[in-house]
Design a protein around this ligand. Sequence first.
Ligand SMILES: [Zn+2]
Length: 281
Amino acid sequence: MSEAIPCKSCGHPVSGLYCTACGEKVLTPEDHTLKHYLGALLNAFTFADSKLWNTLKAVVLRPGELSAAYMDGRRVKYMRPVAFFFLANFVYFAAPLFETFNTSLHSQMHYLGHSRWVRAKVEEHLSTTGQTLAEFTALYEPASGNNAKLLLVAMVFALFIPMLIIFFRKRQYTSAYVTVAFEMMAFHLWVTTIALGLLFGLMIFSLRALDGSFAQIISDEHTKWPVLALHFWVTIGIGRRFFGCTWPGAVWRAAAMLFGLQLALSAYRLLLFAVTFWQVG
Ligand SMILES: [Zn+2]
């Protein structure tokens, strides 16, 4: 492979195994063997793919490392934060039992900052169509469950804005804040939603088998504390590793990000209602 040949993708002369202009690999006869093909297929779908494993480990145990590596140009070891987020989103979407980001019509109408507006929209809709609230709810709920998963990427951008304010001037590029918002949401999907959901599901299941009354012990009231702990874990980690904050700086910013998270959730729920209402109304 000493003689330069034009790259198949961009035409740049290539003398090694990879194009120096676009990164395309020069295929060798070995790349076309069935063994190589099956190996690549296996890598793409299992944890044998060390990139996925490295990324998962870094995000869970050392939050902020993935985004720091990406922004600093160490991109070979890990998956791209955006790709890692969409993989989590896919798993969340495929498993019907996780409903963390969904919000019932009842909550939308009664417990949120925008509930007064929601009630007005729903009442107006009921009086013009003659539907009962129960009929409308039956249409609304499944659509909302689906949209909650499809609109999750909106949560990333809703998180990006408070991050930009709270970690103001800690990173040079705006893209750094988008990157770390993707990492934070990926953490909350993999750990706070999927892993914690499975853990609590398993606990409730085994407690029920033991004695029905124990199942009542685990309610939203109790899941609040691990969620809070996980928020501080991921946000302090990001403050330390990604933004280079001191310990006290990372702690007060993580506390401030609790409000940021609340704001992002409110914006997300408003969007969720608006899209679902427009869809089924
Ligand atoms: Zn090329």
